[in-house]
Write a protein that binds this ligand. Structure first.
Ligand code: HEC
Length: 148
């Protein structure tokens, strides 16, 4: 199932965007990940009221984003095509890069399942693991700063 979704996503992305547009879409996607995690953090820390439906929505955002990462990091979407913090390891170590994308998909699917049964503490614990997996990919595949 995941493979089917991925192929469809790749086909759509391949005809819809130039490399520069894909870099932009990738950075937008990552900002949407960040926004989803901030909201999840609020509703699981007491800063905002716990809301199981909202938690499911944020989890689905991260799942959908994770599935799109490979199509938005195709060859040619590096610094040769625009302003990006993408590291060359994305293209020299693609298996580990894809695995890192699957890791956050798995964590977000776990959050979705926990949110469906209303397990706030479970979502909170899983969110911590999700954040580690975001950082794990960044430390390996993203430069801390934009190149000058
Ligand atoms: C598979 C690897 C990978 C995973 C997993 C990943 N990221 Fe990223 N992220 C990147 C890369 C690569 C960039 C740099 C994109 C660029 O500059 O073109 C990036 C950039 C970002 C940025 C900066 C976007 C900007 O404004 O330029 C944010 C914020 C971000 N990621 C948040 C997240 C969050 C939150 C998660 C977890 C839910 C996450 N990322 C998961 C690879 C990943």
């Amino acid at each position: 199932m995941r493979r089917v979704v991925l192929i469809v996503t790749l086909a759509v992305a391949a005809c819809a965007a130039t490399p520069a547009e894909r870099i932009q879409a990738r950075q937008d996607l990552m900002r949407s990940n960040k926004a989803a995690l901030i909201e999840l953090g609020k509703i699981t820390s007491g800063e905002a009221p716990w809301n199981a439906e909202a938690a499911q929505r944020f989890a689905v955002t991260v799942i959908n984003n994770a599935v799109r990462i490979p199509a938005l990091t195709e060859k040619g979407t590096g610094p040769e095509s625009g302003r990006t913090r993408a590291r060359p390891e994305i293209w020299t170590d693609p298996d580990n890069f894809e695995r890192a994308a699957w890791n956050i998909e798995d964590q977000a699917r776990g959050i979705l399942a926990l949110a469906r049964v209303g397990d706030e503490a479970g979502v909170r614990a899983r969110l911590t693991r999700l954040e580690k997996d975001c950082d794990g990919c960044h430390s390996r595949f993203m430069f801390p700063e934009f190149p000058r």
